[in-house]
Design a protein around this ligand. Structure first.
Ligand code: ZN
Length: 311
């Protein structure tokens, strides 16, 4: 064998090993199963008129392999871009906004590699759905962002004048987060930091009880972004929801404890180690309270029981 041939074979071997190692990062690797959460469900007394409505604004076209370790590249998943309206006599909330009117222009703030790997379908914006439903926007007390990434904040600009609540860390992230929070920053929303004055809640250290009746409780759950939150909702019929934002992208992230693959974790999460801790918190809640609906923002299966605002 000539030296040149040996060299080529060596390079080929290194490339195959690197490719194999990369593919391995997409294989299943469940986090260790935590014990069920030891406590009880916190008390809540939601008013009888309280309702949830969903506003599906569109999807991005992804795959299970993109979302979690062990997912297949052939398992196509349309990621939901859905806002949830909480109707409450003390003022309504909109949890995230989904895709907004300016989404095509907003994507231009993103790096080229992100744009070419992201395809979406915009159906109808949250603002347009509220208008079509004849909704009185004066009832909308605030938008609550689970975090400030583009596909959650895209519709903020369409709802100008509505306060936007986020955690203090996320407010800073909107300002300093570079392209990752460019859409939220350029929307110039009326961003207001939530004061978490409520002590521990379902294993999370801090909380904010929005109405003082336990019906909507927001907790910091950092990791995906520095100030991501989870919104816990208790309905008058006893049903409980945990809107977990992008802690995971699909339900397998919690129920199979499969975190995002290495590439997505590295590029998409501000602190993957803390994401892991939060996933295990949710997995322990899921084990203790199987009737609680855990709804990752981009998994339509978490929203099936919520009636749509329109139709
Ligand atoms: Zn996100």
């Amino acid at each position: 064998m000539t030296r040149r041939r040996k060299w080529l074979l060596g390079v080929l071997g290194v490339l195959i090993a690197a490719g194999g190692a990369f593919l391995w990062t997409f294989t299943a690797a469940p986090l260790p199963k935590p014990p069920p959460y030891p406590g009880e469900l916190p008390k809540a007394s939601p008013p009888a008129e309280m309702r949830l409505k969903k506003l599906a604004t569109g999807v991005t076209h992804r795959s299970a392999a993109f979302a979690y370790r062990g997912g297949s590249f052939f398992d196509k998943r349309d990621f939901s871009m859905t806002a949830v309206l909480v109707e409450h006599p003390k003022g309504d909330l909109l949890i995230d906004t989904g895709l907004g009117r300016d989404v095509a222009a907003q994507l231009k703030y993103m790096p080229w590699a992100f744009r070419v790997t992201t395809s979406y379908s915009l159906w109808q914006t949250a603002a347009a759905q509220l208008d079509e439903a004849g909704y009185d926007r004066k009832k909308l007390r605030a938008i609550v962002l689970t975090h400030a990434h583009w596909d959650h904040a895209s519709g903020v600009a369409d709802l100008a004048g509505t306060p936007v609540w986020l955690s203090p860390e996320e407010k800073t992230f909107v300002r300093d987060g570079g392209w990752l929070s460019a859409v939220a920053r350029k929307a110039n929303g009326d961003y207001r930091a939530i004061i978490f004055d409520g002590g521990s809640y379902l294993g999370f250290e801090q909380s904010f009880d929005v109405y003082g009746d336990g019906s909507v409780v927001i907790v910091p759950a950092p990791g995906h972004t520095p100030g991501s939150v989870i919104v816990f909702v208790a309905l008058p019929d006893g049903k409980r929801y945990a809107f977990v934002g992008d802690l995971v992208w699909q339900r397998e992230g919690i129920f199979e404890r499969e975190e995002r693959p290495w590439l997505q974790r590295t590029l998409g999460d501000s602190d993957p180690k803390t994401v892991r801790v939060m996933i295990l918190n949710l997995a322990s809640l899921a084990a203790r309270f199987p009737e609680m609906v855990i709804a990752p923002a981009h998994d339509a299966r978490g929203f099936v029981d919520i009636p749509p605002l329109l139709h």
